[in-house]
Structures are given as structure tokens and as C-alpha cells.
Design a protein around this ligand. Structure first.
Ligand code: MN
Length: 686
């Protein structure tokens, strides 16, 4: 799928129109051109070009989409009512109501959008779409308008460029996808991407170009093998290499966290047949030539997507043993894949069929119309509120991302699974680092809450609030994780300096060279098998520093099992490293009377530590299960669990949990206490 032509003069446009629609219709369109030319005369685009270049390109895209002469005329006239003296009445008189309505519809969309900052964005998007539903050509003209506008985006002030690019990515590109107009969608996305992330765009472009000859060679090889096998069973098919568009490569890298090479090594071919039955014939050949990867076959011919997209998809291990994605479809299906809903008009105008036109087979046109009506109906369903509607709109095409709103109504794109905390870091690093909680659609939520499309998200910050190590488990985006890691690294460096400084300042060294040597002699044994962690006796990597040194073997005392966040104290033991207790542990208090203590400190995320908790509750049905569920929402491993009933109608449940930080334990206990029927939930003290 290439881009749409960039039209520079009138002849270019009218040659194409004349060829496709014939002289009469071309003359009608020319009348619209003359009016647009006259009305915009003297106006200039920011690029310095005469204004008429813009409506001409809009008309050209509509022509390539295969729309009728009235839509193309409306494309030429789409800005005259808004930007010149020419009125709707003038237009109705000269061109008829149909065209005047189309132009009015396009103008309305721009008006709705310009207000959307103040009012709620989701509602506006819906209104805008409802306004277009009477005639889908309105939306197609608007999309063509946007396409040419983003093509010339570089002439806008930077701030405006970014805003338009974001709007295109979050709204117009998904709508193009929803209408099945993938060619428009891809052009919109690549142009917006280029403007939002110019460096990443250039990098991807460079790499795609570098791989071109390798890719071409590969496709040639595939072509030869397939052509021969298909000829044997009399199937004629076109085989194309398929370069992914730049934005989809970028998104794969961001949302799936894949590297360049993983994505660029991906092979992709498309096979275009004449008839539906040949699609399945080709599939058979592909699957006998190369081993299919299980779970990757999809039959969108038998069950088309809601935007009417039809194709067979499969992934096989190609000749070089690497995965190869294969799409198989007929010429008609391919045209629908490029032009989507517009293919319908191409059909209506198919008196003289040429390159981009499609002859839909008998019955297909009806199916097309019915399907389309279904889509429209679902959009108009009054029981669907704005939020649901937005979800519905964006789920189909953005399965791996969600769109949420800032309190001001700006759209923020997040990968699926992202939490309120991820969002906080996306807004600003400082907002993330001082986040305390959030509000979704006005309701208080925890930082762990997963975002859904249409959510309006507000972050509550507090200056004194600091990140907890368990946040590393709450964030799902790599950018937030990186920011947190950087924070903890900084913290660690500072605290190390502090500890060493304090050790040096206290004239009497807390730990002498000989003692240190002795402690370090202890070898950290790796457990032979994965037995229950609570029973392991060997010192482990807990991320605890001893008097500023991080390479001293430590053991977590089993009497109190301190976890990161607890205040701790260390004792030097003979041949067993430094044993670490909670500061308020009774054993430790006794020991400190006759043993030397040594300062110890948590330095960062280490291995999780088993902690025992006890929950007392009313013995009602399902209560135990509620506890287990409540614990699992915090993604905590349960090592051991058990419960016993008491004659007084209560129950005591005990859990051994793998905990990484005191904050995590606090969260678990607080959650448990909120379950109805729970009397208390506490960490077990020995
Ligand atoms: Mn325009």
C-alpha cells in the first residue's frame, strides 16, 4: 500500500477523474473546481502555495478512494463556506442540496473539535461521529482533508503540529481503521508519527531502507517456490512483499517492548488471488511447504471484521527457518482492505471500471451494506454512554492500547495493562515520584488500578510522598520502570555515601578489618533444590548493606523475618555472616545485651522474604476464598496457607507470603481488613 498521490496541478487531477468517471462527470467536478479556485483566489497555505492546492489534493484522494463525483466536488468545495464569502445557500443553488449537506457536515466536524478542550472529549467524539453517520462520505472527506493537512504539517507552529499529530493518532487514524480505509489510516499514522517523534521515525526509516535488498531477495525466493507449486494446481496469484508501515513498527517496539532486530527480521508476504476458493488452495500449499505456527491462523474470510476486512492470516516458519506472516485474499478483498467503506461507492460508480475500482461479486454488495448498517447502528445505540462508545470505537483497532483523558480532556495513549502509576509517570517524572493515589472519573482509586479506555484520570500528589520499591511491580510501562530504577539507584548511592561517612565519622570503627575478613569468608551456598523458602538456612541475596559494605553475607533472622521497610539491626555471628533482626524483635533486644550490634541497611530490591500473617474472621461461606483472592490482587505469592475453625463461629487463617517490601505487606493487610467479616489481620510476631 503506497501513499496517495501528491497533486501539483489541475491537469494531473482531472486526467485521473476523466479516465475513471468520464467526461460528463469530470465537467461537473470542474465546475466545483472553478468556484473553489475563484473563492480561494489570493489565499495562501502556510506552505506558501496557492490555497487551491489543498482542496485539489483532497479531491484527488477522494478520487483514488473511488468516490462519486458529488463527493469529489464537495471535496473541492469543503473550505469555501468556512473560509470565504460563499454561503451554503449559494452552494445549494449551484450544486444541489446533496453537496451543500456534505460540505456542511465537514465544517461541523471542525467546529465540534475546536470546542473539545473545554468540554468532555469523549462526548464530543461521539457527537462528531453521530453527525457524520447520515452520510459516511462526510467522514471520508474529513479524512482526506486531514491527510493533506498532516502532509503539510511542517509549516505549522511546533505546538500546533504536536496537537494535530496527537489528534490524528488518537482519533482520525482509528476512525479510518474503523471504516476499513487502511490506506488513509497508514498515511495519517506515518505522517503524524514523523511529526511527533522525528528521531525515531528517521531511525526506523533508515533501518527499513537498509534491509530492503535483503527483503526483496527473500520475496523473490518465495515467489519462485510458490509460483511453481501454484502453477501445478492451476492457481494464478500475485505475490507481494509487505513492508509494515513505520508507525506500526514503532508501536510494536513500544507496546510489545521488542527490539528493532526482532521486528525487522519479521518476514511478511501477501498473496492476492482471483477467487475465494483459491485463497484456501493457496493456504493449503503454504502449509505444506512450511510448518505453520500453531494458534496463528485466522480466517477473516469466513468471519470478516466489523469494518468488512476479509483475508486469511497465518504465520509459518519460512525457508530460512524464521517466522513469516502470510496474508491471503482476493483482489476484491484487497481493495476493501485499502479503501474500506469507500469500495462501496466504487461499486456504485462502476460503469467504467478502472484500476482502483472493485466489482463486488453478487451478494457481496448486500452483505457489505448490511454489515455497514450494523456498524452504524452500534454507533447510534443510545444505551451506549460516551465512555462505552469510546471503548467500543477504540478496542477493535487498538487491542494493545488504551486511551485515557487528562482532567483537561486531552487524550493520552497508554499500553494496555498500564496502571494509574504508569499514567502519573507519563504526565511527569515528578508527578510519578510523588504520587499518592488517583481519581478515575472522580472516584478515588489506588495507584495499582488498571486504566481503561475513556477513563478520565487525575493524580493526587503530595510533596512528602516517596516511591516504594513495590512500585516496580505496579508499573507496567518500561519508561516508568526506568524512572523508578533511576530513582532507587540515586537513593542507594546517596545512602551508601551517608553510611560510609557516618562510619568514618564515628572515630571508633564499628567493624574492624579482621572481623570483616572473617565475615566475608562465609560462602553463600545456593540451595540445592527449591524447597520452601521458609526452611532455607543459607544466607541469600537480600540487598542489605553492613556498615556500608554491600558484599557481606547476611541472613534474615527467622524469629522476626524483617522485610525491606522494617527498621533493622545486625549481629555478627561466628561463621554464619551477619544475622539481621527487626529492631523491635524480642530476641534481638535480648541479644543486644551481650552481643555487638552492627548497622545494617536495606539497599534496594532483593529477593522476596517469607512472612507469616494471621487473619481472624467470622466463619462464613466463601470468606477464605475472599482472603486468597484479596492477596492475589497484589500479585503476592502464597507459599503456605491453612485455616482452622473455632467453636465460637470464627476462623483463623494463616498465610506464608513472599513479600518484597513493608508497603506491600501493609497493602495486603489493609485489603484483608476491608473484607466483610474479617476481625483482624496481622503480621505474626514471634
Ligand atoms: Mn481543509
Amino acid at each position: 500500500m503506497g501513499l496517495y498521490q501528491d497533486i501539483k496541478d489541475k491537469t494531473e487531477l482531472f486526467d485521473a477523474i476523466d479516465k475513471r468517471l468520464g467526461t460528463d462527470k469530470a465537467q461537473f467536478i470542474e465546475k466545483a473546481y472553478d468556484v473553489a479556485y475563484k473563492m480561494h483566489d489570493g489565499q495562501k497555505r502556510l506552505s506558501g502555495e496557492p490555497y487551491i492546492i489543498h482542496p485539489m489534493n483532497v479531491a484527488s484522494i477522494l478520487d483514488e478512494l473511488g468516490l462519486d463525483e458529488r463527493a469529489i466536488a464537495a471535496g473541492l468545495l469543503h473550505d469555501v463556506v468556512e473560509d470565504t464569502e460563499y454561503s451554503k445557500e449559494d452552494m445549494t443553488r449551484e450544486f444541489g442540496e446533496d453537496i451543500a449537506d456534505l460540505v456542511e457536515g465537514v465544517t461541523k466536524i471542525s467546529e465540534i473539535k475546536s470546542q473539545s478542550k473545554e468540554t468532555e472529549a469523549a462526548e464530543n467524539i461521539r457527537k462528531m461521529l453521530l453527525a457524520t453517520i447520515k452520510d459516511v462520505r462526510v467522514m471520508l472527506i474529513k479524512l482526506a482533508d486531514k491527510t493533506h493537512n498532516v502532509r503539510t504539517l511542517k509549516y505549522q507552529p511546533v505546538e500546533k503540529q504536536k496537537r494535530i499529530a496527537k489528534e490524528v493518532l488518537s482519533l482520525y487514524a482509528p476512525i479510518a481503521g474503523r471504516l476499513g480505509v487502511y490506506k488513509v489510516k497508514f498515511e495519517l499514522e506515518d505522517l503524524a508519527f514523523q511529526s511527533l517523534h522525528p528521531e525515531e521515525y528517521q531511525e526506523i526509516k533508515k533501518r527499513v531502507a537498509a534491509k530492503k535488498s535483503e527483503r526483496d531477495e527473500y520475496i523473490e525466493k518465495i515467489k519462485i517456490i510458490l509460483k511453481q507449486r501454484l502453477a501445478e494446481i492451476n492457481i494464478d496469484a500475485r505475490i507481494d512483499g509487505r513492508a509494515k508501515h513505520f508507525y506500526s513498527i514503532y508501536r510494536k517496539m513500544v507496546t510489545k517492548e521488542k527490539s528493532f532486530s526482532e521486528i525487522f527480521d519479521l518476514r511478511a508476504v501477501r498473496i492476492i488471488t482471483n477467487e475465494i476458493k483459491d485463497c484456501y488452495g493457496v493456504l493449503g500449499i503454504v502449509h505444506t511447504l512450511w510448518t505453520p505456527i500453531p494458534g496463528r491462523f485466522k480466517d477473516y474470510i469466513a468471519t470478516p471484521k466489523t469494518n468488512l476486512y476479509q483475508s486469511l492470516h497465518t504465520t509459518v516458519f519460512g525457508p530460512d527457518g524464521r517466522p513469516m506472516e502470510v496474508q491471503i485474499r482476493t483482489k476484491e478483498m484487497n481493495a476493501i482492505a485499502e479503501n474500506g467503506i469507500a469500495a462501496h461507492w466504487a461499486y456504485k460508480e462502476s460503469a467504467n471500471i478502472s484500476k482502483s475500482n472493485v466489482v463486488l461479486q453478487n451478494g457481496v454488495e448486500n452483505a457489505f451494506r448490511t454489515k455497514w448498517l450494523e456498524v452504524l447502528k452500534s454507533w447510534q445505540d443510545p444505551s451506549l454512554d460516551s465512555k462505552e462508545f469510546l471503548e467500543e470505537l477504540q478496542y477493535d483497532l487498538h487491542e494493545d492500547e488504551v486511551f485515557v483523558f487528562t482532567p483537561k480532556g486531552e487524550i493520552v495513549e497508554m499500553p494496555k495493562g498500564a496502571t494509574v502509576l504508569d499514567y502519573a509517570f507519563r504526565i511527569h517524572t515528578d508527578v510519578g515520584l510523588h504520587a499518592r493515589g488517583g481519581k478515575i472519573n472522580g472516584r478515588m482509586v489506588t495507584l495499582r488500578t488498571e486504566l481503561k479506555s475513556g477513563d478520565q484520570v487525575e493524580i493526587i500528589t503530595e510533596k512528602s510522598s516517596k516511591p516504594s520499591p513495590i512500585w516496580l511491580r505496579i508499573v507496567k510501562t518500561s519508561s516508568a520502570r526506568q524512572k523508578l530504577r533511576a530513582y532507587f539507584r540515586r537513593l542507594q548511592e546517596e545512602s551508601q555515601k551517608e553510611t560510609i561517612a557516618s562510619v568514618l565519622e564515628n572515630a571508633a570503627p564499628v567493624i574492624d578489618e579482621n572481623t570483616l575478613k572473617e565475615i566475608k569468608k562465609v560462602k553463600i551456598k545456593k540451595p540445592a533444590s527449591k524447597t520452601s523458602l521458609s526452611k532455607q538456612q543459607e544466607p541469600k541475596e537480600y540487598g542489605i548493606s553492613v556498615a556500608g559494605w554491600t558484599d557481606v553475607p547476611v541472613r534474615i533472622a527467622s524469629c522476626c523475618t524483617p522485610i525491606p521497610g522494617d527498621e533493622i539491626v545486625g549481629f555478627i555471628t561466628r561463621g554464619r555472616g551477619v544475622s539481621v533482626h527487626k529492631k523491635d524483635c524480642t530476641t534481638a533486644l535480648k541479644q543486644s545485651e551481650w552481643m555487638k550490634t552492627i548497622p545494617v541497611r536495606w539497599e534496594g530490591p532483593g529477593e522476596p522474604i517469607p512472612v507469616q500473617i494471621e487473619v481472624r474472621a467470622k466463619d462464613v461461606q466463601g470468606i477464605y476464598l475472599s482472603m486468597v483472592e484479596s492477596i492475589s490482587t497484589t500479585e503476592t505469592n502464597i507459599l503456605e496457607a491453612g485455616a482452622s475453625s473455632h467453636p465460637n463461629g470464627t476462623l483463623t487463617a494463616k498465610f506464608m507470603l513472599e513479600v518484597e517490601h513493608l508497603d506491600q505487606l501493609k497493602e495486603i493487610l489493609e485489603n484483608l481488613r476491608m473484607i466483610q467479616g474479617v476481625i483482624f489481620a496481622e503480621r505474626v510476631k514471634k
